[in-house]
Design a protein around this ligand. Structure first.
Ligand code: FAD
Length: 472
């Protein structure tokens, strides 16, 4: 069906104000934040902006009948080409459906529609003394629907976990247009072991099983106090050892971040005023909770890391904490400074390895960077082994792009070899589908069977999450 005819049909179903068919507007939907999307132009045939479950049902029934691919999209901040219609078809832009239905304070839960922006939800919850703990760096842009679909997390996942820990139930429109509710029909119980856990199945399913239209989230009391320990390590190997010693002392910080020497150099080039000490690693431990426990935890961490670090500081003053955190907060922008004509590409950017292998992965990435002639800046969430790698290239030079793709492939394979994962945060999408068998083995066949049962026509976000061996 050509674009004009499809547009007319969808306008009949939803009204003209919810259908986008202008070619220039469609360009906006041809990319997300991934490097892959920058190398190609995946322009959808049409975009619709649903504002109700009924809108989504109408689109899905129509698409199912005609075998048209459908790609759900939140804010498009994903790093994996997940929200991009690589086979064309309809993009469902959920970002305008940004409604907080209800905050159920006595039962510590909230009901939202998928387009609510993460930071806006937390600003709203603050008036009740509550918060939704997962905290992606894209907080001011990404939607709760996108976070649930990607099982997003952030630098406090070490203590608070990922989105999946907070999703109590979902409303989902299946590919054939049927609507199901997971996590109970009218339940407000935060604890239930009834039935197969379909909520967990849809969290992290990256839009390949259905469209999430309503989300029931558990929320937590907002901690009253916070503090930061900054520690400087002349020897990289001492950094993960210090983290382990903190855990062994019975302390679970809310976040533990690492900047390796590549990141320290990049930050000092970008912002000389921050003036981080030269070292192989800097760690930032963040603790939160009630004031007395925060103080005890901070002091104890300081004593523990002092045995290995050349410099340690503990701070609870908000201004000093912000100063200590400044290097970590600018590192993503600073990365490109390591090469005046380069830019950072989002590829191979969030591998995850066991804490005991962090040193190996960081040294390994340095070696791979040298092998492929590409500068790479490393930082991330050492507390859960989630390492961010930032390759810096000139994306206009095809030979460099080719080298970068080889480097990124080697980084992904190194993570698997070290007993880790190709992605600790950003998901699989189209860019990591090729590693599914290497990571999951025969379990991919079970994933495929589930996908076929729910989406027999294969219209939901095709080309994402996994490919069976032999498939392109
Ligand atoms: C600067 C920056 C920092 C980031 N930091 C982090 C971080 O710290 N942690 C982290 O986890 N991620 C991070 N990300 C990646 C990204 O922001 C998150 O994965 C986020 O959850 C994606 O949300 P989104 O609304 O943009 O979703 P999109 O990118 O639009 O979509 C992501 C996936 O979800 C699917 N999807 C979206 N909405 C629905 C729906 N309603 N129903 C079904 N499927 C749906 C899409 O099809 C796609 O597969 C970062 C990205 C940027 C640009």
């Amino acid at each position: 069906m050509n674009r004009q005819a499809l547009s007319q049909e969808l306008i009949k179903l939803l009204g003209a104000e919810k259908v986008i068919a202008d070619e220039l507007d469609l360009m906006y939907y041809s990319y997300d934040s991934s490097f892959l999307a920058k190398q190609h132009r995946f322009i959808p045939d049409i975009v619709v902006t649903p504002r109700s479950t009924e809108d989504v049902v109408k689109v899905m029934k129509y698409a199912y009948e005609h075998g048209i691919p459908v790609t759900p999209r939140g804010a498009g901040t994903g790093e994996t080409c997940g929200a991009v219609a690589i086979n064309g078809g309809i993009v469902l832009d959920m970002s305008t459906w940004d409604v907080i239905d209800e905050v159920d304070v006595p039962n510590m839960q909230v009901f939202v529609r998928p387009g609510v922006v993460h930071a806006n939800l937390n600003e709203h919850l603050a008036q009740y003394g509550l918060f939704f703990p997962p905290d992606p760096g894209s907080t001011r842009m990404c939607t709760i629907g996108g976070m649930v679909a990607n099982n997003a997390s952030g630098l406090r996942a070490v203590k608070y976990g990922c989105t999946e820990q907070y999703v109590l139930g979902l409303e989902v429109v299946l590919p054939n247009g049927e609507v199901i509710i997971t996590g109970g029909m009218k339940s407000r119980a935060v604890k239930s072991v009834s039935g197969m856990n379909l909520t967990k199945l849809f969290v992290g399913s990256e839009g390949v099983l259905g469209v999430i239209t309503r989300i029931r989230l558990r929320v937590w009391p907002k901690p009253k106090a916070r503090g930061i320990v900054m520690a400087v390590f002349p020897v990289l190997e001492d950094a993960p050892k210090a983290v382990l010693e903190v855990y062994q002392a019975g302390i679970l910080p809310s976040g533990i971040e690492i900047l390796d020497d590549s990141a320290i150099k990049a930050i000092n080039m970008y912002r000389p005023d921050i003036n981080l000490p030269a070292a192989e690693a800097i760690l930032l431990f963040e603790v939160d909770g009630n004031p007395a426990s925060v103080d005890w935890e901070g002091q104890t961490i300081k004593e523990i890391v002092n045995r290995r670090a050349s410099q340690v500081e503990w701070a609870t003053d908000p201004k000093r904490m912000a100063d200590l955190w400044e290097g970590r907060s600018v590192v993503a922008s600073a990365a490109a400074r390591v090469r005046p004509d380069g830019s950072r590409v989002f590829a191979g950017e969030d591998i995850s390895v066991p804490l005991s292998r962090v040193t190996e992965v960081l040294r390994g990435i340095r070696g791979l960077g040298e092998q492929f002639g590409i500068k790479v800046v490393n930082y991330g969430h050492i507390g859960d082994g989630n390492v961010h790698t930032a390759p810096v290239i000139d994306p206009e030079i095809p030979a460099e792009v080719e080298q970068a793709n080889k480097l990124v492939d080697a980084i992904h394979r190194l993570a698997i070899e070290l007993g880790g994962s190709t992605t600790g945060e950003h998901g699989v999408g189209a860019v990591r589908a090729q590693y599914a068998v290497a990571e999951h083995g025969d379990a991919v066949k079970v994933m495929q069977a589930i996908k076929n049962a729910i989406d027999p026509k294969g219209i939901m976000n095709p080309g994402k999450l996994f490919r069976l061996e032999g498939e392109n």
